[in-house]
Structures are given as structure tokens and as C-alpha cells.
Design a protein. Sequence first.
Length: 249
Amino acid sequence: MHRFYISPEEWQCPTLALRGSEAHHARDVLRMKAGEKIVLFNGRGREVTVEIAAFEDDEIRLRKLHEAETSPLRCQIILGQAIPKGKNMELIVQKAVEIGAAEIAPIISDRTIVQIDSNTAAQKQRKWQQIAIEAGKQCGQNWLPRVHPPKKLADFFSASEQPFDLRLIGSLQPDARNLKSILEMYLGQHTDRPRSVLMLVGPEGDFTPAELALARRHGCEPITLGPIILRVETAAIYCLSILSYELLI
């Protein structure tokens, strides 16, 4: 069945309905008819199977058939991604949803090539959040990550109020350790695996030494991604994948 997104705010309405772009997609693109069944999700774990009841001028009325709730993943993985050039950020957001990231924090690093000001930052945030929604539709993910506004690394640390259990940063430095050894050390000091992890991934050319030093001062452990230098999008997917394997399953 086709999946459609309804925001948590609209989910609280007395009756569920498709509006705006979601209604347009169902009516004009998919050409769905009354009586057909679809699935709705709100990005916060709620999912409901509905039947199309009626088409009105600006919305599609729905009849609820079955509702379910998906528990959140056991570990909240926050991806702090330095914004890469081109459309690679779109790919990273899409794959982060599929792998199970809880939040995505775009970072304006010293080596970020893309020019971002206050106006373009808001536009990009909205675009990346919409990409996350579309990815959730495709992969069946009922928990959507929040995409934060782009920030410089120092501003990100200043604004972050979350007490992460573990903070990591991908690094090309010779003293970077592999994730397995870091997790073993963590488990030697705690009774359970971490339930919230910050994973910072740099841009083309990696974070600058000053940025790496800043991350270290905020408790980030440098981790190696292996002997081969990875592209930005590959590094993000690699980090999220190994964290998902170790901490979500």
C-alpha cells in the first residue's frame, strides 16, 4: 500500500485527511479512487491503515481501519554531518533515515564549500526535512529524524542540550581508534550500551585541526574509518551502519 505523511499536529485533528501536496500526490499523480486503502504515518511512531472515503475540493477524507504504534529504536543516533558539495547531503539524509538516525545536524565547517547564509539555511533545512519524509515513505520508517538548521560546529555544541552517552568524530589522525575498542571501553565503565550517540562526520578534506580540537574538548572520541579514505557520503553511511549494527539491533 502507498504510504503518506501527516504531521503530528494534523494527526491530532478529529478526522484524518490528506491535504496539500499529499492530497495532490494521491489524487493527481497516483489517481487513487474512493475505497482504496493507504497507510498514514506521523513520523513519531504512529501508523494507521485507512480507506479513502471521499474527495473534496482541498482535501481527501479518510476512514480509519487499523492503528499501530512503533517503539522508538533503543539508541538515539545523532548524525552531525559537515555539509558536502553538490547533492550529496540529500543522499546522506535519505540513507540516514533508512539506517535509523534519530536526528541530523548539518554542520557548516571551515572547509564547507557550499555558501550558506540565514536565508538559504532555512530553505535547505526545509528541503532536507522533506527528503527525510519521502525516505520514510519509501522504507517504512515510522520514526523520522529531525533535521536541524545548519550551524557552525562551535554553535552546534553551544546549542546542544542533550547529554550524549557517547560522542564520536570520524578522524584521519593516527591516534584515532576503531569503534570496537571504544565500545569495549564504554562497556567496561557502564552497565549497558550507550542509548544516545553523537557521530560527527567531516566534509571533503576532513575537519580542520582546530575543529577536531574543539570536538575533543567537548568529549568527542576520534574514530578511524579504516585505512582507505572514504568519500563524505560513504563515510556517513559507513558510520551509521556500524553504529546501527552495534547499538540498534
